[in-house]
Design a protein around this ligand. Sequence first.
Ligand code: SF4
Ligand code: SF4
Length: 381
Amino acid sequence: MSSNKMDRRKFMKNVSATVLGIATIPWLEGTSFGKSEQGAKVEQRTLGKTGLKVTSVSMGVMNCSDPAVLQRAFDLGINFYDTADCYMGGRNEELVGKAFEGKRQQVFIQTKVHDGDEKKMRASVERSLRRLRTEYIDVLIWHNFNSTKEVSDPKLFEFMTKMKKEGKARFTGFSSHSNMASLLKEASQSNQHDVALVSYNFTHSKNLKEAVALAAKSGIGIVAMKTQSGGYKKEKMGGLNPHQAALKYVLTDQNVSCAVPGVTTVEEIEECAAVMRTLLTEQNIDELKRYHGFLRGRICTFCGGCSGECSYGVAHQDLLRVVAYHEGYGEDRLIREALEDKELAKNIQLCSDCSSCSVVCRRGLDVKAQMKVVQTLLRPS
Ligand code: SF4
Ligand code: SF4
């Protein structure tokens, strides 16, 4: 046995011992730390049954408006880009389309569509194709599922099948920020999805990790988002910089095909790309613990601990996400975009009429108080 292997084994034992019993980093125990390959620039993993070879660190374009960032990502070898019809009122797709015109064969583009009647959904896909300057979308995602019913909805499946047959989408799937474990379990059985884009980070439970494993085993390609949980800039965290540690952490799960951290600057994409083929270290774990402490009581980390607890069936994590966008990303544009979601508006009303909140946050968040913040943020001006 090489000393290198011995060191790694010893390190894992130590880390497991350190972390055992500490609820803040839930699934590190038994985690495979992978291999560090010196000199290799990028790591590619297979995106489930799609067979696409995607870079383990890919790019969430959502908040980016600078073409230089996409150019830099491409130069770094990153080949998978996640956008959506609704980001920046369509300008985000336009940015992606322009950046990869003439390079279309070298990248994979994932975009999204919202539930609606067929005419509306078709129009949305056509708009996406025009903005993306392409004839096909590599992965077309249903935006933001909350319930298992949506995962197996035959109407949605029928539409996605049509998109594939017409050559508009090569592969299809869904995204979710809440109730992810149940959704992934349902998707593993329904056999209707090629890809799942789920919120997945170091705050999440082992239950979600097991659901990710189950979905991956059934052939679903797992794309992890919200990997850094919060989007806080270094300055706001008093110099703490846990972003690489958080990204490394989620990639230790080999059932994750790729992560799509949302980046806005060249510096950030370089920082993220550098994570590929590196090892999680003891210092990283320490950073994550401190970051977890920083997040406690500030924003929802989408850990899933309180899924389904609202007595009125409100997808409350979608509302808490608005506060996180405001607090962490500092992106009021996302809040304005959220206002366009009719379901969200209905839920805000339900919360404002509700006298006592039945949701208990496992992370010390005052959910009712956060709901009040949401109401202030989403009040039309
Ligand atoms: S305030 Fe009431 S309606 Fe809103 S999440 Fe809490 S229990 Fe549900
Ligand atoms: S409100 Fe708290 S328990 Fe619920 S998902 Fe967010 S962080 Fe987890």
